[in-house]
Ligand binder design. Sequence first.
Ligand code: NAD
Length: 471
Amino acid sequence: MPKPVSICVIGSGYVGLVAAVCFAEMGHRIHCVDNDESRIKTLREGGVPIYEEHLPELLAKHLNRGVEFTCDLEAAVQKSEAVFIAVGTPQRDTGAADLSYVEAVVAEIARAISGYTVIVEKSTVPVYTNEWIRRVLHRHGVDGQSFDVVSNPEFLREGTAIGDFLHPDRIVVGAGSERAAEVMKRIYAPLTEGSYYSQPDALAGPLTASNPARLLVTSAESAEIIKHASNAFLAMKISFINAVANLAEAVDADIEDIAAGMGMDSRIGPKFLRAGLGYGGSCFPKDVAAFHWVAQQRGVAFKLLDEIRKINDSQRDIFFNKVLSAVWTLRGKRLAALGLSYKGDTDDIRESPAIDVIRKLLEAGAIVTAYDPAAMARAQAALPPSEKLHYAGDLYEAARDADAVLILTDWKEFASIDLARLNRTVRFPIVIDGRNLYKPQTMTEHGFTYVSVGRPASYHAHQGKPRSLVL
Ligand code: NAD
């Protein structure tokens, strides 16, 4: 393995923690900083604050060896050749990214810098943030020779974050100086030269020693835009297929067949063509908004970005209306809500369509029993249990005596549900699926009325097809 680099990662959230542990796995020495003392305490004691595959094993492997956790930013920066900023950049009311956490961290870094340090934007930030970071450092009296600012956007997906980090499609380094680019190349050398993949205990994945990771060096501005443009493009694919799904429904076509037929075109590809409740999470909604805001600020009319958001928002209302069409009135109806996280394989509920739909159902007077394989604790903090909202220990408990079962998140556990058991558990066998997890024919064979996205609703013979679903 190449020579270890001493690295400080600021922020121990989804991105910071994964980056810290993966850099340690690549052989580097990591000081991971957070100002949340309880989080640092948990991490020091070997606790794992987020649900992410492979994270518990890698944390146990590297804790107090390759990676240490601390609240002492100054000491951590002083010991490090590169400082990665991985704090949140939430959305402001205007749509712009709130960069106050980044600015606060940069001011602290300025007080701590002792020798040449590469300061790396790992957080998703708008174009020109690198320039603002440079200015803040200058204002705090830091000499221009003692730092460089680099953009190194993160493309990991929650749920497969460790695999994505160690087997990336690409590593983007936006560096204005050769010196900084060299430090970044050294950091990623175990992946780009392939030495990591020849280790006996390396995490298996698509990359190998003979097919290692690719690293693209660009300007900092281009790297910043690559991240926003990539997320906006993926969000566009989701909104596009959802708009097509709504048309498919109106003409009795099947969006699953349509997506399969489109995805076989190598220019389009099958990924992110899943019709459903739309995207959520801490990235796509805010990144589409921030990218739109940046374009507006520069006088560029990028209306497509606003349309992507509008289509996404409307998917939740369309789903809500489907629930109404299936159960008629909502007051006092018992609904099982399967899924709380914004997508499967994560406990993250930020901007989750599931949470939004549940809120709307509660406001309309429904009684909801919710279940999620990983996001129960976070959901209960956001939507506390009440007379109207219950949390169940498993999906069958959630479905007990339900007037209808709603699928809100694409968890594998839900896709492999025991349909015969589900039918015996519910009051009425009605499934309204916001994630298209089942085949309509299978559902009717199991006695369900089944309503999904972009496909004709199917009715069990005994229940008969209503004359119109429109209220
Ligand atoms: P997060 O909210 O999970 O974590 C941010 C962490 O930073 C928190 O633990 C917080 O306590 C800490 N923090 C805030 N201010 C601090 C300070 N002054 N000093 C030390 N620590 C501080 O956020 P996240 O999901 O990890 O996202 C971080 C950034 O990465 C965002 O810009 C996001 O858009 C981007 N990103 C996220 C993902 C993702 O899937 N979550 C993927 C790619 C990029």
